[in-house]
Design a protein around this ligand. Structure first.
Ligand code: PDD
Length: 304
């Protein structure tokens, strides 16, 4: 159910997202034959533009999906979409900007040769915000029992594709148990990530997060935290294998994603973690906010 206005741009045509857009023969719809990226703004500036673009290109390469637009052309289209969104919603705050690219449409069949040409769809809406109450309380997670993260040897979780069924079903299962989000394990029983976020823990004043080899999306938020934000907040950060048996020894847990930055987790299946003012998670979140502010100031050319 749609409760707010979402602006769409289908191959350059601006329209409300509630209106039809692609054909039923679109391969993104039929087979998940698509890739996507999500940017958000800070201070009206598109954050981590290059990093997300590079990941989009990597996903396109993995799917042998030709990108028809250049980086500059995509930026022009993102801006047109944001401008039209602001006509409909003049007082919008920070924005969520999604770029979905599909292989196009054609006769029914898996052969990529049946596809006509790639389609792009841009979606713009407010950047979703957790309530202050939830942010203070922290999220409740539950470990998925019936499904594991798809292994990197099949549909590699490092590719940001239009096929999220595995994560969607894991989330459904966790929500059924009353949790806010899910912890997904790989086939070795190691922690991978949550449904649309990377996961981190704090133990003995050190930050730890599963390595890319666990089979996860290489999140930009995670990368920025490992790449310097943790250090700026005064923490060492490591990529390490984490197993659920270690949860009771962890002091804190948090999720990382573009839309959430960092969100504290208060429990996983009844195992409690510290939340609140004096936590490492809070210091990391503040350091991330500083880095995002500095990025926005340094990149006026990315204002949308
Ligand atoms: N999700 N893991 C998964 C499976 C994700 O889908 C995402 C992002 C992340 C975090 O990556 P990043 O920090 O680059 O946003 C990790 C986006 C935000 C989404 O689907 O809305």
């Amino acid at each position: 159910m749609l409760t707010h206005y979402i602006q769409a741009n289908t191959n350059g045509r601006l329209h409300p997202a509630s209106e039809p857009s692609i054909t039923p023969l679109n391969r993104g719809f039929l087979y998940g034959d698509a890739i996507y990226e999500v940017w958000r703004t800070y201070g009206g500036v598109i954050f981590a533009w290059d990093e997300h673009w590079d990941r989009l290109r990597a996903s396109a390469g993995a799917l042998h999906l030709p990108l028809e637009q250049t980086k500059e052309e995509v930026l022009v289209e993102l801006r047109r979409t944001v401008a039209e969104y602001r006509v409909h919603v003049p007082d919008a705050g920070e924005l969520y900007i999604r770029l979905q690219i599909t292989r196009g449409a054609g006769a029914i069949g898996l052969d990529v040769a049946l596809a006509d040409k790639t389609n792009f769809i841009i979606l713009v809406q407010p950047c979703p915000e957790l309530s202050l109450e939830k942010l203070n309380q922290g999220l409740r997670l539950s470990v998925a029992k019936s499904l594991r993260r798809n292994p990197a040897e099949s549909l590699d979780p490092a590719w940001k594709t239009g096929n999220y069924l595995n994560n969607l079903l894991c989330l459904r299962e966790a929500k059924d148990r009353g949790a806010d989000d899910v912890v997904i394990l790989n086939r070795d029983g190691d922690v991978t990530e949550a449904s649309v976020s990377n996961i981190g823990f704090v133990r003995g004043g050190r930050l730890m997060t599963p390595p890319l080899s666990a089979g996860i999306l290489g999140g930009i938020t995670r990368k920025l935290i490992l790449g310097g934000i943790a250090k700026a907040a005064g923490f060492a950060a490591d990529e390490v294998r984490i197993r659920p048996a270690e949860f009771p020894a962890m002091e804190e847990c948090f999720l990382m994603s573009t839309t959430k930055d960092l969100v504290p987790v208060c429990e996983i299946d009844g195992i409690r973690f510290a939340v609140g003012q004096n936590t490492a998670t809070n210091r990391l979140k503040a350091a991330f906010a500083n880095a995002a502010r500095a990025y926005a100031e340094a990149h006026p050319e990315l204002a949308a």
